[in-house]
Design a protein around this ligand. Structure first.
Ligand SMILES: C[S@@+](CC[C@H](N)C(=O)[O-])C[C@H]1O[C@@H](n2cnc3c(N)ncnc32)[C@H](O)[C@@H]1O
Length: 211
C-alpha cells in the first residue's frame, strides 16, 4: 500500500495509542462483544487479528479460549506497544506490517479477524486478497466495521473524509458483500447493530473458498 497514505494512519494511531483504551472503552466493549457474539472455536486454532490495535480482541478471545495461538498485525508501533504491555497477551505474537503485506506463509491461519478498521484500507481488494492468501481453505474471516446503511454513520463518514486524512471510506452491507464474494469468501452470517446514535456496524462471518 502507498507509504504516504499509510503514514497518516500510523501517525494518527501512534498519537492516540497511550489513551486509546480509556478514551474508547465503551465503543471497544460494544464492538468487540458484538463481533465475538455466538462465534465458536475448538480452542486450538491459529488466529490472526489484523489490525490488532491495542490487542483488546485477543484479550477477550484468550479469556474464553486460552490455548488459541494468536498473531496480531498493525501499522502503528505505539498501538503494538500498548498490546505488548498487557500481561494477558504474553503468548500473542505481534508484528508491525500493513494488511496488504502480511509476514506469513500461505494457508497459515484457521481464522482471521478484521475489526473496526476496514474503513482505513485504501486498497480493500488487495487487503482481502492478502487475508485470503494466509487463510486456509475453509478457514473463517470475521470482518466487522462501520456500515453506511445507517444514515448517521454515512454522514459521519462523509465528514471524516474531509477532515481526517487517515480515513478512507465506509461501505453498505451490499457493497461489502460484493467485495467479499469477489475475494473468494462465502458469507455464512451477516449482522447489523448500533453502537450509539452515530455508529452503526455490520459483522460478517465468512468462509474462505470451498464455495
Ligand atoms: C480503530 S483501531 C482498531 C483496532 C482493533 N482492531 C480493535 O478493534 O480494537 C484501527 C487500527 O487499524 C490500524 N491500521 C489501519 N490501517 C492499517 C493497515 N493498512 N495495515 C495494518 N494496520 C492498519 C491502525 O494502526 C489502528 O491500530
Amino acid at each position: 500500500m502507498n507509504r504516504s497514505t499509510t503514514n497518516h494512519v500510523q501517525r494518527e494511531y501512534d498519537r492516540l495509542a497511550p489513551t486509546y483504551d480509556d478514551r474508547w472503552s465503551s465503543y471497544i466493549d460494544v464492538t468487540l462483544s458484538r463481533t465475538l457474539d455466538s462465534l465458536q472455536f475448538d480452542g486450538n486454532e491459529h488466529v490472526l487479528d489484523v489490525p490488532v490495535g491495542t490487542g483488546e480482541l485477543a484479550v477477550r478471545l484468550l479469556k474464553t479460549w486460552p490455548r488459541l495461538r494468536i498473531d496480531g498485525v498493525d501499522l502503528s508501533p505505539q498501538m503494538l506497544q500498548q498490546a505488548a504491555a498487557k500481561r494477558s497477551l504474553s503468548t500473542v505474537e505481534l508484528h508491525e506490517a500493513c494488511v496488504t503485506e502480511l509476514p506469513f506463509p500461505d494457508n497459515e491461519f484457521d481464522c482471521v479477524f478484521c475489526v473496526n478498521s476496514f474503513h482505513y484500507f485504501r486498497e480493500p481488494r488487495s487487503a482481502l486478497a492478502e487475508i485470503r492468501r494466509v487463510l486456509r481453505d475453509g478457514g473463517r474471516l470475521v470482518l466487522a466495521d462501520w456500515c453506511d446503511d445507517y444514515l448517521a454513520c454515512k454522514l459521519c463518514s462523509f465528514w471524516l473524509r474531509i477532515v481526517d486524512p487517515a480515513f478512507h471510506r465506509t461501505y453498505t452491507q451490499r457493497s461489502c458483500e460484493t467485495l467479499l464474494a469477489k475475494s473468494d469468501f462465502q458469507i455464512l452470517d451477516v449482522r447489523r447493530f448500533r453502537v450509539d446514535w452515530v455508529w452503526g456496524m455490520m459483522r460478517f462471518e465468512t468462509r474462505a473458498g470451498l464455495g
